[in-house]
Design a protein around this ligand. Structure first.
Ligand code: GLA
Length: 565
């Protein structure tokens, strides 16, 4: 109890001092000047307001890790050089490609010493005017989420009908299937875990649902597998989206201290009934989480993970990292649908929402595509509480096996957090859809194969942390939310490897012309081993990748590795 009071007091001091600086929160450049404590002086002469780049400029790395940072510029601008100051292991590489996405990039090995580093990107525009942009590189062994988080979330199956017993049964099912060992080790209690009240100072767990509290739940989960962690949901407003429990705005320090005292390791922070702008609301919480993480690091505990959830409305990929988050929902709630639309994204529309913002993702900063619908089989709760399921003729049919594999493929290619929400209990029950009949089995062998495919998970968890680039010039599905054409994505992987995916957006089978490897960033006249992760086929290729026929809604995902003789 004493330590909660102490932590609350400490965090309140931080918040008070923050409130005085609120003027700077809406201004990224001011934030750069105020917060940056540069460990080298290459930026002394830089006016950080002189340039702005449409890509990540606050970036992260584990010490001594392989590193890549793509320097995308505004139309008509070119990067001329980068001043690396005292950073030794990184260098500027030339233009990447002559078709489609064009940019220079920084790569190499990040410093081995922890600390904040800066490098300065020098840019020239068409008129010959020069500008500079400062990049802040945080090298830390204690990053919240160096690779995308992998969780199971209560919302799209249970809605508000959650209890300790049900969640322990879910964890037992995950253990049986091998999902915990595959990396899905956090159970997140979404909305309605707390006692119903509107009094923020009275926030606590609902004893009818969690008779032994959240710490009791965590102990029960760790008896299933000692890796298990617990995440909680709150909201940056007066009340949560369900209007069932109070939000945390103005109570950030007290609530985080409470969650920490219960052994909670992650926060999903929603934005209903909000009281301030997204940047102000999330920065307040992010600063409290940063303070908590300093304490956790000094105690040798694991990092607390902060997941922002404002549905992509205010471009969180631009400010989410500065606000202290390591991932941010970049879309509306994912629906159990194939295409969908902006407000009700299915598999394809969700990806369409983020496919042009790949340059903002990286280690510890990920665009979150929301819960996957694999395993719901048309029975999901709130995810199905929707009209206009356009591509399924207004019927909720659930995803076909091919659509489920495509969802898994694309969530992994995009380096999205992976959130499951389906019922893994031995005796599943329709919870939020009580009157519907449940198939037997609910979770099929195909679902399990899709969710536990080690190769696709390794693409998601690749340590370079890159979101796949959308190769618009090579794709024919260029119109968002359309059900025709195919999409090509390329993702840099560690080593000298690449993952290439090709998705058929339509329900008819299609033929994809051969893709030239030089258009996919690979070398001409060089042999590559080419492994397709779903069929597990292998071949050696040179100059072209022959995709051939894609069946209805199918995605093929290739891992290409150069052959050095
Ligand atoms: C919002 C979020 C969902 C879920 C609900 C809970 O809609 O986007 O993911 O957390 O709130 O009320």
């Amino acid at each position: 109890m004493k330590s909660i009071i102490l932590l609350t007091a400490l965090l309140s001091v931080v918040l008070n001092s923050m409130a005085e600086n609120d003027f700077s929160i809406a201004n990224n450049n001011a934030i750069n000047q105020c917060i940056a404590s540069d460990s080298n002086n290459s930026s002394d002469s830089v006016d950080p307001s002189s340039g702005s780049m449409p890509c990540a400029t606050l970036v992260y790395s584990l010490p001594g890790a392989q590193y890549i940072h793509k320097l995308v510029t505004n139309e008509g601008e070119t990067v001329t050089s980068v001043d690396f100051g005292n950073i030794e292991g990184l260098s500027l590489k030339d233009d990447r490609i002559s078709i489609g996405n064009k940019y220079k990039y920084v790569s190499g090995v990040a410093p081995t010493e922890e600390g904040e580093y800066t490098y300065i990107v020098n840019i020239i525009n068409k008129e010959g005017k020069t500008s500079q942009t400062k990049v802040r590189l945080i090298v830390d062994s204690f990053l919240q989420s160096p690779t995308p988080m992998m969780v199971w979330l209560t919302w799209n199956w249970f809605e508000r009908y959650i209890t300790q017993d049900k969640l322990v049964a879910i964890a037992e099912g995950m253990q049986r299937i091998g999902l915990i060992d595959a990396g899905f080790s956090t159970i997140v209690l979404d909305d309605t875990w707390a006692k119903p009240t509107s009094d923020k100072s009275a926030l606590t767990y609902n004893p009818n649902k969690f008779p032994y509290g959240i710490s009791g739940l965590k102990s029960a989960l760790t008896r299933v597998n000692k890796k298990m962690k617990v995440g909680l949901y709150s909201d940056a407003g007066l009340m949560t989206c369900e209007g069932y429990q109070p939000g945390s705005f103005g109570y950030e320090a007290a609530h985080i201290a409470l969650f920490d005292s219960w052994g909670v390791d992650m926060l999903k922070y929603d934005y209903c009934n909000s009281e301030a702008s997204t940047e102000i609301s999330y920065t307040r919480m992010g600063d409290v989480v940063a303070q908590l993480n300093k304490i956790r690091k000094s105690k040798g505990k694991n990092p607390f993970v902060f997941n922002i959830c404002e549905w992509g409305n205010t471009q969180p990929w631009i400010w989410g990292a500065k606000a202290g988050g390591s991932s941010w929902r970049a879309t509306g709630d994912a629906r159990e649908d194939w295409i969908g639309n902006h407000s009700r994204p299915g598999v394809i529309a969700g990806v369409d929402e983020i496919r042009r913002v790949w340059m903002y993702a990286g280690v510890n900063r990920f665009n979150d595509l929301d819960m996957m619908c694999i395993g719901l089989h048309g029975l999901g709760g709130p995810s199905n509480n929707t009209m206009n399921h356009l591509s399924n003729g207004d019927k909720i049919t659930g995803l076909t096996d091919a659509q489920a594999r495509t969802q898994m493929s694309l969530w992994c290619m995009m380096a999205s957090p992976l959130s499951l929400t389906c019922d893994f209990r031995e005796n599943p029950k329709t919870e939020a859809n009580k009157y519907k009949k449940i198939p037997d089995p609910l979770i099929t062998s195909s679902d399990i194969e899709t969710l536990t495919n080690k190769e696709i998970l390794a693409i998601n968890q690749d340590a370079l942390g890159q979101q796949a680039e959308y190769m618009e010039m090579l794709s024919t599905g260029t119109t968002d939310y359309s059900n025709i054409g195919y999409d090509v994505y390329v993702k840099d992987l560690t080593g000298e490897r690449y993952a290439v995916s090709v998705t058929n957006r339509s329900t008819n089978s299609i033929n994809v012309p051969a893709l030239k490897l030089i258009d996919l960033y690979m070398k001409a006249n060089m042999k590559y081993t080419c492994h397709e992760v779903w069929s597990k086929s292998d071949e050696e290729i040179e100059n072209t990748l022959n995709v051939g026929t894609l069946n209805s809604c199918e995605t093929k995902v290739y891992i290409l590795t150069p052959v050095h003789n």
